[in-house]
Design a binder for this molecule. Structure first.
Ligand code: ADP
Ligand code: MG
Length: 460
């Protein structure tokens, strides 16, 4: 009998003992639901590996029973130093990052491990991305880059509010390129990681290595680039990297939470360079898109939690009520799935009210007139006191009218109520301001853009 088989028997016997002890500790029902489904696979270098039938069970056990399991195993056998939970029969590591391969593929030897980027989420692929009016352009541009053909626009600059799918699209590009063009070095990372690596290289006096590394990739994707605004030396290095790659005709993809020109403290030369390529905007979701996303996520969650019946009107209600952020929408649905699979009942409207009361409350939260005034004043660089005061010069009156317009649009306050909050103005003054802006935004592109941006900032 070889040594491994010996260990295998020992660990499974040991687990049988520990499992029995746990039964009396946590009760028959809990034991049946959470402990019995676990398979104890191996003990290797002190690590005991368990396999859970679903991510849900795995996460639950990790959160609730990990310590108990560990302590019992260890007191039984001091060689145990750690326990690990994996799901199903999947391989332990899938391609974790752009530019890298799992360690056991032959190609790994030729890959530079330094080129490892941030881990890619397996679910963030094109198949799982629901396309609607608000994101169709961004999607089409991402598809084009993911073809891996000639570089037609450089960089691709994706921007939009939190949770609208920027990271999802970038990962999708990386996955697709790995598939279609395995010959290309694709590096995906956040701007924060870029900075971290840069600072580390400075500290370790390895800046030449850093430069060579970043200049050797074929596709560079930097997520959340607004992060490096105001960080001078990182910006500088980013700019040089960017130029070097563009000069070599290498594709660059950037994301940010706003348009290049709107990122404060981003150097002008950088922001104007960003606009050489294609700048596309992920618009806030509309009702149809949210419906589509919910349907698609329901199918995904069913893979994790098993099939769950969803009562009439539930999906429509969620799409109607949770409007700002797809991540929140998705989290809400996931919570319903987890709960429903736990108690073995369909998702009803009552369950929605119970389980999601906190989410529904915050999505009820309306922007206040005061917030609007503050943001608008900040955006146009005027004082809040001037916004509320009597001055009538254009540089102050125009922002004031925009704030009035947004107050009417985004809050449920009446015109007289808004008037009171604008330093006690009459409701006819507010009405005039609102009308003026409505009229101008059709012909004044700059104004329309300002309003779009402010609306986004206020609603995120
Ligand atoms: P961002 O990077 O713009 O903040 P993410 O890409 O992280 O947003 O998206 C947040 C969540 O919403 C992710 O789970 C993502 O899968 C999901 N999501 C956003 N847009 C879509 C879409 N169009 N189709 C499917 N899922 C989406
Ligand atoms: Mg993101």
């Amino acid at each position: 009998m070889n040594k491994n088989a010996g260990w295998g028997i020992m660990i499974s016997e040991q687990w049988a003992r520990v499992s029995a002890e746990l039964r009396s500790e946590i009760g028959e029902n809990n034991h049946k639901s959470w402990i019995e489904p676990l398979e104890c696979v191996s003990l290797n270098a002190g690590v005991v590996e368990f396999r859970a039938p679903s991510r849900f069970v795995g996460d639950w056990v990790k959160r609730n029973y990990q310590d108990q399991i560990f302590q019992r195993l260890r007191s039984d056998n001091p060689a145990v130093s750690r326990i690990e939970f994996n799901v199903g029969t999947q391989p332990r590591s899938k391609p974790a990052a752009a530019g890298s391969r799992p360690a056991d593929t032959p190609a790994a030897a030729q890959r530079d491990t330094n080129l490892q980027g941030a881990p890619l989420d397996g679910k963030f692929n094109f198949d799982n991305f629901v396309v609607g009016k608000p994101n169709e352009l961004a999607h089409a541009a991402a598809r084009r880059v993911a073809d891996g053909g000639d570089v037609t626009f450089n960089p691709l600059f994706l921007y939009g509010g939190v949770g609208l799918g920027k990271t999802h699209l970038m990962h999708a590009i990386a996955w697709e390129l790995q598939e279609r063009r395995p010959d290309l070095q694709v590096l995906y990372l956040s701007a924060e990681q870029f900075m971290y690596r840069f600072v580390q290289a400075l500290r370790d006096r390895q800046i030449m290595d850093f430069k060579n590394l970043f200049r050797s990739v074929d596709v560079l994707m930097v997520d959340d680039v607004q992060f490096i605004a105001g960080k001078d030396s990182t910006q500088e290095e980013f700019f040089h990297t960017f130029n070097a790659l563009v000069d070599q005709n290498k594709q660059i993809v950037i994301s940010a939470d706003r348009a290049p020109g709107e990122i404060k403290e981003l150097e002008d030369r950088i922001s104007s360079r960003m606009q050489w390529g294609l700048v596309v905007d992920l618009h806030p979701t509309d009702y149809e898109l949210r419906l589509g996303i919910l349907q698609q996520k329901a199918a995904l969650f069913a893979q994790t939690y098993g099939p769950v019946r969803i009562g009439d009107g539930v999906i429509e209600f969620l799409a109607h009520r949770i409007t700002t952020n797809v991540r929140v929408l998705e989290g809400a649905l996931q919570r319903l799935f987890a709960f429903s699979s736990l108690i073995g009942q369909e998702i009803t409207m009552d369950m929605v009210q119970d389980c999601l009361s906190d989410v529904l409350r915050t999505s009820d939260r309306r922007v206040t007139v005061e917030e609007i005034q503050r943001k608008v004043a900040e955006h146009f660089n005027i004082r809040l006191s001037d916004m509320l005061g009597p001055k009538r010069t254009r540089t102050i009156a125009r922002p004031r009218q925009i704030a009035m317009y947004l107050a009417k649009e985004l809050t449920s306050r009446s015109l007289p109520e808004i008037g009171r909050r604008f330093g006690g103005r009459d409701h006819t003054t507010i009405l005039h301001g609102v009308r003026k802006v409505e009229e101008m935004r059709g012909s004044d592109n700059q104004m329309a853009e300002d309003i779009d941006l402010l609306r986004r900032l206020l609603q995120s």
